[in-house]
Structure formats: structure tokens, C-alpha cells
Write a protein that binds this ligand. Structure first.
Ligand code: TRP
Length: 351
């Protein structure tokens, strides 16, 4: 792995992967694994900020791991690990927190969002601060949630990553990462940390629409096709996708629900198939039932083989264990080096 740019991304251990995750991120990770020194990890410590059921946490980690492997992430080409398997991250998080202001953390959009939800506040004023500081027994907003960006910065900086492929919702966290790196460097008069940049796949992010007529596919929208969906379930979902009354005259403009189905088709079907249905739309001969049938068919061609691999891998504890142990070993190598050097910079010495 000489001189390749270091790519790092974390995956939150919540819920199953859907087509949006697949085309929006995973598929890109799979392509990147040949050209970069890639490190992907499952962010189980981050998941603790919202108190998952202890019985479920490990299962979720396992599930996500199996899905990523099934979709093509290669443990021999990438370092794939579980965040909590690298204890150096937790220590660096403690050290880094000494250079992070609670004000800047409280102003982070993701924090305000989560705090507001936890406190049941709907407005955007200063109620959050008042509520948090004013009420001693208020533990609904925990310090882990506040320092989420510190932990994320450490995930990135501990590897000295160059590129971080994340979506728009994570851009502010990445900006904070750069700020913490700069601040650390200037405080200790060093150039130790690099400032990582977002890797946005050449600017043309794929937007995968949902099946409900508008907007993107997303877990919380309930409009998802999951990689793990059974054939029957998947067909049913696609057949129920929202449409419209159909074109009334030749070359009518395409409404959003239909445009969304075309967009999905563009991802999974051949160009000829897509053209066939677009032509049929243009000359008003289109039958949405046929369009959906074809779409379901072509989605299944992508998802069914992955589903089979997920089921296979999921049950193979020995393989999963081998993957994460190998990953942790390699991640710890870098992490231990960074931590040693940071301790030294900060003046922590052993007797
Ligand atoms: N916060 C990210 C998310 O919610 C997950 C994450 C944690 C991450 N640490 C990271 C992403 C480091 C990139 C780099 O999706």
C-alpha cells in the first residue's frame, strides 16, 4: 500500500442496507478498494450515544458487517474493523477533547437536532442550552452525544486519512475534524495532523429515489428496497410503487413518481430496457404494470445474489471473526503509532 491516498469511512451500526446505501456509497467503496488504501469500520461506539439495547448491538454490528462483505467489500484489499476493537481510538478521543470547545459542539447541527428531539423542543432558539444547563437531573442529552464530532474526528485523524467519503449530512463533522486538526497543530506548533477532505466521487453523487413518489430512498421514509428483502416482498414493494394516471398525449412531461421509476431503472436495467419504456411513455403505449414488473426483475438480479451471500456470511461466525480480527490488528498498528506520537507531543511520558 505504498503512497496510495488513505480513504476512511465509518458506517453506523443501524438498520439494514438498502438500494440507496448500495448505489450511494457501498458500490463506490467497492470500486475504490483497488485504487486507494481504504479503511472502513463499523462505528459501534458512536451507536452508544443513542443507547441501543445491549442484546442488539453486537447483532447489528454483525449484520452490517455481513452486508458490506456480501456486497463486495474485500477484507484483503481493505482494512475492515469494528471501532471498539481499537482501544487507541478511545484514548485519543479523551486527549482530543482537551482541545474541543463545548460551545462549538453545542452549535453542531447534528447535536442540536438530536438534543432537540430528546428534549421535545421544537423551536430553534436557545431553549436547548437553558434546558440542558438548567436542569441537573436532565440526562436525556448525554456527553457522548455532545462529543460525537470529537470521536468522529479521532476516527479520521488516527489514520491520518486523506479522503473521507461521506454524504452531505456529515460535512459539518468533517469541517470540525479539519478545525480540530488545525487547532492541535497550532497549539503544539507541529504539522502533525493532515486536514482530510471529503471524497465526493467526482461530484456526480447518485440520488436513489424511493418508491413513494417523491424524495430519496431512506430508512426513516419507509420507502426502501433492502438488499436482504425476499423476492416476494421486493416484488410486492415495486408493484405498489406510486405512479400517475399515465401520459394523455404524446411527449408529455414525466411526473416525479414516474421519473423516479426511470431513475431506478437507469441503475439496474440495461440502457435498451430503459429506452424501451421511455419510448413507450412518449407514444403513450406504456403500461406501468409492465414497467414495474421489469424493474422488479432487474432489481432482483442485483439484490438476490447479494441476499444469498448475506445469509451465508451471517451464519459464518468464524469467517466474520477472522475478518474483524485481521482488520483490528492492522488498524491498531496505525492507531498505536498515532497515539504514541500524540502522547509524546502532548508531553505524556512514561517513567
Ligand atoms: N457519523 C457518520 C454517520 O453517521 C459515521 C462515522 C463515524 C464516520 N465516524 C466516521 C464517517 C469517520 C466517516 C469517518 O454516517
Amino acid at each position: 500500500m505504498e503512497n496510495k491516498n488513505i480513504v476512511l469511512s465509518g458506517i453506523r451500526a443501524t438498520g439494514n442496507l438498502h438500494l440507496g446505501n448500495y448505489y450511494g456509497a457501498l458500490n463506490k467503496f467497492v470500486k475504490m478498494q483497488n485504487d486507494y488504501d481504504c479503511r472502513f469500520f463499523i462505528a459501534d461506539l458512536h451507536a452508544l450515544t443513542t443507547h441501543p439495547d445491549p442484546k442488539m448491538l453486537h447483532e447489528n454490528v454483525k449484520q452490517i458487517l455481513a452486508e458490506y462483505l456480501a456486497a463486495g467489500l474485500d477484507p484483503d484489499k481493505n482494512i475492515i474493523y469494528v471501532q471498539s476493537d481499537v482501544p487507541e481510538i478511545s484514548e485519543l478521543y479523551l486527549l482530543m477533547n482537551m482541545h474541543v470547545g463545548i460551545g462549538e459542539l453545542m452549535r453542531t447541527a447534528s447535536f442540536k437536532d438530536k438534543a432537540r428531539k430528546a428534549l421535545g423542543i421544537h423551536s430553534d432558539g436557545d431553549e436547548i442550552e437553558k434546558e440542558i444547563i438548567g436542569n441537573q437531573t436532565n440526562q436525556r442529552v448525554n456527553a457522548g452525544l455532545l462529543t460525537y464530532p470529537t470521536l468522529m474526528a479521532v476516527d479520521i485523524l488516527i489514520h491520518n486519512a486523506d479522503l473521507v467519503p461521506v454524504g452531505k449530512d456529515q460535512e459539518q463533522h468533517l469541517e470540525l475534524t479539519r478545525r480540530f486538526a488545525r487547532r492541535f497543530n497550532s497549539f503544539y506548533k507541529t504539522e502533525y495532523f493532515k486536514e482530510p477532505t471529503n471524497f465526493n466521487f467526482g461530484g456526480n453523487a447518485v440520488k436513489v429515489p424511493g418508491l413513494d413518489g417523491s424524495g430519496k430512498m431512506g430508512k426513516s421514509e419507509g420507502n426502501c428496497i433492502y438488499l436482504i428483502d425476499e423476492e416476494k416482498v421486493l416484488r410486492k414493494k415495486v408493484m405498489r410503487a406510486m405512479t400517475d394516471e399515465g401520459p394523455k398525449e404524446p411527449n408529455s412531461p414525466v411526473s416525479e413518481p414516474i421519473a423516479n421509476l426511470f431513475t431506478l431503472m437507469e441503475l439496474v436495467s440495461t440502457p435498451d430496457t430503459l429506452q424501451h419504456f421511455k419510448d413507450a411513455y412518449a407514444d403513450c403505449s406504456i403500461r406501468y404494470g409492465d414497467l414495474k414488473k421489469q424493474l422488479a426483475e432487474d432489481i432482483l438480479k442485483v439484490t438476490l445474489p447479494i441476499r444469498e451471500r448475506i445469509l451465508e456470511i451471517q451464519g459464518d461466525d468464524e469467517y466474520l471473526g477472522r475478518v474483524v480480527r485481521q482488520g483490528a490488528e492492522r488498524a491498531c498498528e496505525t492507531a498505536a503509532k498515532t497515539l504514541r506520537e500524540v502522547r509524546e507531543i502532548m508531553g505524556i511520558k512514561k517513567f
